[in-house]
Design a protein around this ligand. Structure first.
Ligand code: ZN
Length: 137
C-alpha cells in the first residue's frame, strides 16, 4: 500500500520547514484549524505539517512510499493509537475517523512513489522526487 512517511528530503527549501518526526514513520494530515485556514504561515502549524503516527511529532515534508504488506487495518490501528494518545489535538467521531483514513489512502495513491510533498491545508504540494528505492520500506 502507498502511504505518506516522514522524510528529511527537501527540508530547508521553505522558511517554515521542520522535521521533528522519525524518518520513515507513517504520517497523516490533521484537519487544519480555523487559525491555519486564515493564516497558513501563522503560529499554528497544523495546516502545514504532517503528524507522525509513532512519534506524535510534526514534519513539513512527507514522501509517498510503498510499504509491502501494510493493510488498511494496520493503518487504522496506528491511527487509533494516535487518536487515543492525542485526544487533545482533535475531537473525532467514528465517521470522520473513517473518512480521514479513506482520504489518506486515496491521497497517497494519487502520487508516484518517491514524490516528496509539503502541504497547505488540504492541498498537497509536490517538492520533488527521490529515488523509488529510498521511498520503499
Ligand atoms: Zn492550526
Amino acid at each position: 500500500m502507498q502511504v505518506f512517511v516522514a522524510t528529511e528530503a527537501t527540508q530547508g527549501a521553505h522558511a517554515h520547514d521542520r522535521m521533528n518526526g522519525i524518518g520513515g514513520e507513517l504520517v497523516w494530515l490533521l484537519e487544519p484549524c480555523r487559525a491555519c485556514w486564515c493564516y497558513p504561515d501563522g503560529r499554528c502549524t497544523c495546516g502545514r505539517m504532517f503528524s507522525g503516527l509513532s512519534s506524535f511529532r510534526e514534519t513539513s515534508t512527507a514522501v509517498v512510499s510503498e510499504v509491502p504488506g501494510l493493510t488498511r487495518e494496520d493503518l487504522e490501528r496506528a491511527m487509533r493509537g494516535f487518536v487515543r494518545a492525542r485526544r487533545d489535538l482533535f475531537c473525532c467521531d467514528e465517521h470522520s475517523y473513517t473518512t480521514a483514513i479513506d482520504n489518506l489512502i486515496g491521497q497517497a495513491a494519487l502520487w508516484p512513489v518517491g514524490t516528496v510533498l509539503g502541504r497547505r491545508g488540504h492541498v498537497l504540494l509536490p517538492r520533488g522526487i527521490v529515488p523509488a528505492d529510498s521511498a520503499r520500506l
